[in-house]
Design a protein around this ligand. Structure first.
Ligand code: URA
Length: 210
């Protein structure tokens, strides 16, 4: 569909996602599964991080061993559901800087309006991964990426659990330079902007607010 879209079809990811979609999945299981899947998605999205070598001594001999080159990553969570993806990724890249953006939808214009913006400094030197479980209309994701670009980020990726074709199209139109990694591309949005078949409201399901 888009050369900027990667779907992680690993059997464990697909199995865990099915458990999450099931409406009988408990809040605690939903959170745990989201955290587990976030690590597979992060594995995929960091696959081409630049490498260098460092001289070390093993117990047997010296070696030039591979290490990550340059500054560490920055993760940016779109509040509030993005927070469900953060902890798992931070376990893999504990040195990452973390930022948060908050957006709500203006009921008249239907456009996203910023209510919170706390981003790390130095984004120009870091791979910046923007995270939100659901890429639905793509409006808030595109606006969040506007915000990280305004803060200096140039090397940006978007990580989500589920994507709708409408959201992928919106992202590739607004930010063709931003690759998207997801666990599944679903069928479409319903009239309320929910992804079908989807999993419902990701924030409500992970925080038990419904
Ligand atoms: N946000 C959600 O939490 N779920 C959807 O299906 C779409 C947007």
């Amino acid at each position: 569909m888009s050369q900027n879209l990667t779907i992680v079809e690993h059997p464990l990811v697909q199995h865990k996602l099915t458990l999450m979609r099931d409406k009988t999945c408990s809040t605690s299981d939903f959170r745990r599964l989201l955290r587990e899947i976030s690590q597979f998605l992060a594995y995929e999205i960091t696959r081409e991080l630049p490498m260098t070598t460092r001289s070390i001594d093993t117990p047997l001999c010296p070696m030039d061993a591979p290490v990550l080159a340059g500054k560490k990553l920055a993760l940016v969570s779109i509040l509030r559901a993005g927070n469900g993806l953060l902890d798992g990724i931070l376990e893999l890249v504990p040195g990452a800087r973390v930022g948060f953006v908050g957006l709500y939808r203006d009921e008249e214009t239907l456009k996203p309006v910023e209510y919170y913006n706390k981003l790390p400094k130095g984004l120009e030197d870091r791979l910046t991964i923007v995270v939100d479980p659901m890429l639905a209309t793509g409006n808030s994701s595109a606006a969040a990426i506007d915000m990280v670009k305004a803060a200096g980020a140039t090397n940006i990726r978007f990580l989500c659990l589920l994507a709708a074709p409408e959201g992928v199209a919106r992202m590739s139109e607004a930010h063709p330079d931003v690759p998207v990694v997801t666990a599944a591309l679903d069928e479409r949005l319903n009239e309320k902007g929910y992804i079908l078949p989807g999993l419902g409201d990701a924030g409500d399901r992970m925080f038990g607010t419904k």
